[in-house]
Unconditional design. Sequence first.
Length: 519
Amino acid sequence: MAGGKLSARQKMINLMYLVFIAMMAMNMSKEVLSAFGLMNERLTESNEAATQRNTDFMVGLAEKAVDKPEKFKPLKSKADQIKTLADNFNAYISNLKTQMTAKVDDVKDYEAMDNSSFLDEYFFVGDKETKKGQEFLNEMAKFKNGVSELLKDDYPEIAKDVFSKFSTDPKVNSDGKKIPWLEANFKQFPLVASLTKMTQLQSDVKTTESESLSAMLAGALSKEISMTNYTTLMETSKAAYFNGETFDGEIVLGRKDESTKPTRVELTLDGRPLQLERDFIIEEGKVKLKVNAGRAGEHKIEGQLIFAEDGEELEVPVKQSFATVPKPNSATISADKMNVVYRGVTNPMTISFAGVSDNKVVATGQGLSRGSGVGKYNMNPGSGREVTINVTGTLPDGQRVADKATFRIKDIPKPTGTVRGEDGAIKMQRGSLEISTIGAKLDDFDFDLPLQVSGFKFKVPGQPTMTVGGNKLNTRAKNALRKAKRGSSVQVFDIQAKIKGNSAYRLKKVSPVIIELTN
């Protein structure tokens, strides 16, 4: 069309054709610009509705956090953090959109918003991003990373979606070339197109906030109805049954999680009001009683548990009973640490009659004395092989019951000699032996019984046996030790040991220690 010699008429026709094509392109461009503008309006309306929904959600969550703080307060804390991230990023974008349209006379005249110069200068300097451009990317990353971090443990799929939706990875164009995300989305685009993209980004922020809050609430409600929050309870028509009766108990489900803790409890025991902390505590949906079982017979617990729900108080009636059983007539006598008693130590014992109060129980036996605490006694056996403990109890009706038990008496086992805490045949350097402590211990004994060494005998090959006082080598013993050859064995024997605090008791002979010198 431009080649060859053309007549003036043909040139005029060609020029008109070009003008016609340009006008068609111009009209199409105006239609596209208007379409972007209308899309921006629709997105703006949608964002306003989403904002209201999210606000209503937070108001409802705040009420639930007041009614059931154990379950909803942690959820509200996380929701508040997500809302803050969303509000901050949304406000940043809104401020940027205000700057983008500051010089536009009529923000509804979308066909006039065909210039790309504002963001081209605001975001870019040549092929590089400006500080403002990097700031935009940083704000997006702050929102993306913050929300993902809050959701990744409990809601990994949503966190992954947020990371993908707000990704700023480079884009690949039709030529297969990677283009930075900011350039691919905003460079040389008409103002109205960039404005619409910003509004779409705000829509994504609102949607992310809504999806996150909804998933968190759904998770909390799912946990609330989860069967793991239930336990089994036994309901019976009466508190106690006689031999031969049919047991008509019923197994029912009961809630046990923190969200079902009553806000207030009003209970009585046989008509007497019970007090929080003194008579009962509240934990994991349970009211745990700690009252005295009282006299034999049936006792009634009545009242109500009060729960807060949607700002109102709901009462759950309580009408239960328990029985205090009659007293049995056999005693329980046991040594706390062993099935025998040992001579030379104080043996703690617990003696009681099931169902008989402690002040109505009398226990006697050689070496037995009353200890500190209910049913507590101390046994210090003397000579002999056995000791018998006799126990009598007085029932509420005045009847007396009796029982007895016999225990074997054993001596404290033979102590084991030690050098530096080691026993038997050991290896040691000469210098270590010179400063080591000679001791004695009771292997595998049920009592923690400290022993004190007051002297021992020391033998070095080729040297006379010497008697040493105390629990360390004296100067004479050290001099003899220095004459011993490497590899020779020296002996510590005839160790004199006594029980700390009971020097009158004669322990069995302490086993010796043989030390092989390593230098």
